[in-house]
Design a protein around this ligand. Sequence first.
Ligand SMILES: *Cc1c(COP(=O)(O)O)cnc(C)c1O
Length: 215
Amino acid sequence: MIKQNLEKIKQQLPSNVQLVVVSKFRPIEQLLEVFETGQREFAENRVQEMVTKYEALPKDIHWHLIGHLQTNKVKYIAPFVKLIHSVDSLELAQEISKQAIKNNRVIPILLQFHVAQEDSKFGLKPEYAETICKQILELPNIEMHGIMGMATFTEDEAFLRKEFKLLRTIFDNLKEIYFKNQESFATLSMGMSSDYKMAVEEGSTLVRLGSLVFE
Ligand SMILES: *Cc1c(COP(=O)(O)O)cnc(C)c1O
């Protein structure tokens, strides 16, 4: 099933959109099945689970952290994480910078913005975008690659599009102000199994798909 699911998804994704397979809660055997198709981008939302899977699986996998990250846990993923999607405070960015220096590397990050109606979702308020971006730019060994966001869980298409458009606007605005000539600021991470087609239509460059791959 997994192989067919992946094939189907890849046929539908434009070539400029990166597929990250969300493997949270899935057993190692299923991740290996995905790996065998050539897929190398995987995402987890918990630090401990990511570390366990990192240790158990081939080292050429690129690990994306997409869940809320506590500052005291950054050190566990700092040596190997490919991209942290969920940076939602200056304090967290400062800790990532500190751990990146310790590991003698640069850690790429995305700023996570809260655009959904649900209270439970983490993320920065859109109006803080410029301020926090400016502050993070001062930090060493951390590289901003773009932004991430989650839309409200709803089937109301107009509503979803509005939230994706807002994310796109934040992205374009930051690009214009701070990253005009910086090719590495190029990731607009939006879209999950239920809404990724619309997210792509609204400008997503990276989709995070879990259930669509494994179910
Ligand atoms: C779980 C999760 C996903 C994947 O959700 P699916 O509906 O299974 O595709 C994407 N992004 C984040 C932040 C998640 O926590």
